[in-house]
Structures are given as structure tokens and as C-alpha cells.
Design a protein around this ligand. Structure first.
Ligand code: F6R
Length: 241
């Protein structure tokens, strides 16, 4: 695990965007695994800036998003479909057919999850997987528990996650109770992983990820076993290291 501690959120966003743009410049048809949430917003806005400045071209890039809430329409402002179009896809030149986001409304969820994993494999696997981290150590929506799932699957969101994500909704009652997420196996198979964390609220999860035991109680701790995992954390998120 390589850990970069940067001063603040802006530095984190710039460093992350530089790394993603570098990946795409090195391999124009790179397969990117993408995350949503507050943390990568600054990175996406910097990538949009780099694109408009002619510093990166996404025309051959293929993307797979980590997760989506169950039950929200893709036009819902809190859906991850909406988020991705709003922050990135509407502003860069990734072909629509190259974009993959799990559906939270598939009639046959098991079949959908299987197909999602098959599409990742058919694309050649993920070159660079971007991750945020939950206050409870989740990555994607792989929540702490007794065991972790390998492939894309349906999950029940934990109480902590519902509470943490209620800031995006009018109340905690409106936060969906379920989500579809890529599994730990799919994440760990990525050739490179970039985990971003900002702010004091993530400090404990970052300490457990870096210094704790590898345990399904802290899904991000499995990144200790990945050969090319990079963490970019700001001072506050690194404050308990
Ligand atoms: C989102 C995702 C989640 C978030 C995590 C942190 O696609 O997979 O694991 O990365 O919940 O969210 P923020 O960045 O909002 O603190």
C-alpha cells in the first residue's frame, strides 16, 4: 500500500485527477472503475478541466461504476446515474456505450449482477479503480460484516451508511435501504486501486484500513493485500495514522 498524505481536499483532488489522467494518457482505452459520493467530486471537476484544456482524451475510455441505490429512478438527483452524468459524463467525451453503472431497478437482479461481472471481464478487467471509503470502512457498498461477497450483488445498507448519506436527502427516511455494489473480488482484481479520503470523519476508518487487521469488519483493510493500492488522504483523514 502506498500512502500519500496531502495538505487538504484541493491537493487530494488535483493529485487524484493527475493520476487518472496519467492512466488514460498511458492507455487511451483504459477501463476505469468509478466511485460517487462527496470525495471524488473535486477530482471529477479537475478531470473536466483537464479535458477542456486538451490534456486528456476520454474517447476510448470504458467505465464501470461501483454501485447504485435500489429503487431510485436514474433521473433522481441522488441516484448515482444522475451524479455521474452531472459531475463527469455530461462534460467529457466518454462514448455513452462505454459507460456502465449498475441498475438499481433490474427486474432480475441476480441476472443483472452476473451480467455486470461478465461485462467487466469482457472489457479486460479494470485498470484503475477509484474508491472512497465509508466512516465504517466500507468500499463500494461492501458493508462490514461476517463475510464479504466476491461479485456484484444486492446489499442492505448499514445504519451508519444510511445516517452518513442522509445528508444528501431531506431525511434519513428517504435514504434507500438497499443498493447494488461491485463485490470485493471485482475491486481486488483491479490492476491498480486509488482510494481517496478527506476529513476527520474518515480518520478512524483510514487508521483501521492501514494499520488494523485484515477483516471483513473493515472491508477496506483488504487493500493491504493488493499489490498496487494507492491511498491519497488529506491531513485530517491521516490524523490517526
Ligand atoms: C460511492 C461509494 C461509497 C463512497 C463512500 C464515501 O460510489 O462507493 O463507498 O465512496 O460512502 O462517501 P463520501 O465520499 O460521500 O464520504
Amino acid at each position: 500500500m502506498k500512502i500519500h498524505v496531502v495538505e487538504d481536499y484541493r491537493q487530494l483532488s488535483l493529485k487524484a485527477a493527475t493520476l487518472v489522467a496519467g492512466q488514460v494518457n498511458m492507455k487511451p482505452n483504459a477501463v476505469l472503475g468509478l466511485a460517487t459520493g462527496s470525495t471524488p467530486e473535486g477530482m471529477y471537476s479537475e478531470l473536466v478541466r483537464l479535458f477542456h484544456a486538451g490534456a486528456v482524451d476520454f474517447s476510448e475510455v470504458v467505465t464501470f461504476n461501483l454501485d447504485e441505490y435500489v429503487g431510485l429512478d436514474s433521473s433522481h438527483p441522488q441516484s448515482y446515474h444522475y451524479y455521474m452524468h452531472h459531475h463527469l459524463f455530461n462534460h467529457v467525451n466518454i462514448p455513452a456505450g462505454n459507460i456502465h453503472i449498475p441498475s438499481g431497478n433490474a427486474a432480475d437482479m441476480a441476472a443483472f449482477c452476473r451480467e455486470y461481472d461478465q461485462k467487466i471481464a469482457a472489457a479486460g478487467g479494470i485498470d484503475l479503480q477509484i474508491l472512497g471509503i465509508g466512516v465504517n470502512g466500507h468500499i463500494g457498498f461492501n458493508e462490514p460484516g461476517e463475510s464479504l461477497s466476491v461479485g456484484t450483488h444486492l446489499i442492505e445498507l448499514s445504519r451508519e451508511t444510511i445516517e452518513a448519506n442522509s445528508r444528501f436527502f431531506d431525511s434519513a427516511d428517504e435514504v434507500p435501504r438497499q443498493a447494488v455494489t461491485m463485490g470485493m473480488g471485482s475491486i481486488m482484481k483491479a490492476r491498480r486501486i486509488l482510494l481517496l479520503a478527506s476529513g476527520k470523519s474518515k480518520a478512524k476508518a483510514i487508521r483501521e484500513t492501514v494499520c488494523g487487521r485484515v477483516t471483513p469488519q473493515v472491508p477496506a483493510s483488504f487493500l493491504q493485500l493488493h499489490r498496487r493500492a494507492i491511498l491519497i488522504v488529506d491531513r485530517e483523514a491521516a490524523s490517526l495514522l
